[in-house]
Design a protein around this ligand. Structure first.
Ligand code: MRU
Length: 343
């Protein structure tokens, strides 16, 4: 039962408002790029592949009413893309989708504007459809990594809500279930914005997958007790040596997994790779508002004016990653060589 995270209908982007889940299942309708920018920044829509899909449709929203000549149109495309690219910095899928639209506009720059607009919409729909197919392929390719009765730890939300409708890491769980395997999932709550508690538990429960919620600081004790067989997460940007940025806290899980001799897997589409970067050191890490840490449910939980450190992501060094699952297959070390091969 796919979850319609994002759809394009009647010239507006229909999005499940993820800030309201799990208590309310509401939709928002972005009719212009300002509304979409805000939806991305406030994380009403979030998760790397979903950001790519949203950005592609957003680019169309930004140019669909344009009037003027071809030169001005190309300038407009570029300014819309620059604006949407300023919403969140880490997930490369957002920039990958925007670049795809920009390249298409440049390639067709001499065609009638009406035609270029139609091509841009077609491309955005393609990004959406491709994501649906890619998610399912990753789910399938990842199956050799999942055994019956596996106990799997995950963090953040790398599921349907982070993609068009199916997932990256969670796609492996859904496919496993479709194939009749029984798995037990442990979901880290994922402070500060609780994507694990609010979103992952919601969607896994909907899919009737045996799920246990833990606070982030409980992972080590579960591993020490031998209750975790593997860790599986998504990624927001992967450098060419395999270093991978994902939700803050992922790196700690990878270190813990190494210590406890548990495999640590990443599941991400090829659009999450940034081959321009040699290592993860160059990945831009989003710093978010201190209030996300100091305020919970409108209630202040920390001393007034306390200094806060609030990076949204961290980078897991490739040495800690057992394998990366993509829609082209599983990549194993040495990553520098094998990523090039598979991509
Ligand atoms: O800040 P978010 O909620 O957008 O972070 C999302 C994640 O870290 C996911 O794990 C990542 O995008 C990969 S999921 C498809």
């Amino acid at each position: 039962m796919p979850i319609p995270t994002i759809e394009f209908k009647n010239n507006s982007i229909k999005i499940i408002d993820q800030t309201k889940l799990p208590t309310r299942y509401n939709f928002i309708y972005c009719k212009n790029i300002q509304a979409l920018w805000k939806a991305i920044r406030t994380m009403q829509v979030r998760g790397a592949p979903a950001l790519g899909v949203a950005a592609a449709f957003g680019a169309y929203l930004g140019i669909k009413d344009f009037k003027g000549n071809n030169n001005q149109f190309l300038k407009k495309v570029k300014s819309v893309i620059k604006y949407l690219g300023s919403s969140r910095p880490t997930a490369i899928n957002l920039f990958w989708a925007l670049e795809r639209i920009q390249k298409l506009a440049i390639k067709n720059k001499n065609k009638p504007i009406k035609e270029i607009k139609a091509l841009i919409l077609k491309e955005a729909k393609k990004v959406f459809e491709e994501d649906r197919v890619i998610s399912r392929k990753m789910g399938e390719y990842g199956q050799p990594l999942i055994k019956n009765n596996d106990r799997i730890l995950t963090i953040c939300n790398a599921g349907a809500l982070a993609t068009a409708d199916y997932g990256t890491a969670l796609a492996l769980f859904y496919k496993a279930k479709e194939k009749g395997k029984h798995i037990k999932v442990f979901a880290c709550e994922t402070r500060p914005l609780l994507q694990g508690a609010r979103l992952t538990t919601w969607e896994l429960k909907k899919h009737k997958i045996d799920t246990t919620l833990i606070c982030d600081n409980m992972a080590a004790s579960l591993m020490a007790k031998g209750k975790i067989d593997k860790v599986i997460t998504g990624a927001d940007r992967i450098a060419s040596n395999g270093d991978a940025a994902n939700k803050i806290g992922t790196y700690s899980l990878a270190v813990l997994a190494k210590y406890h001799k548990i495999p640590f897997y990443i599941v991400a589409p090829i659009s999450s790779f940034d081959l321009k970067l040699k290592t993860g050191k160059g990945i831009p890490i989003e710093q978010r508002n201190p209030n996300e840490v100091t305020i919970i449910n409108n209630k202040r939980i920390a001393a007034k004016n306390i200094k806060v450190y609030n990076p949204a992501f961290d980078v897991t060094p490739h040495e800690l990653i057992t394998a990366i699952v993509t829609e082209n297959g599983i990549i194993r070390p040495p990553f520098s060589r094998n990523i090039q091969k598979v991509l």
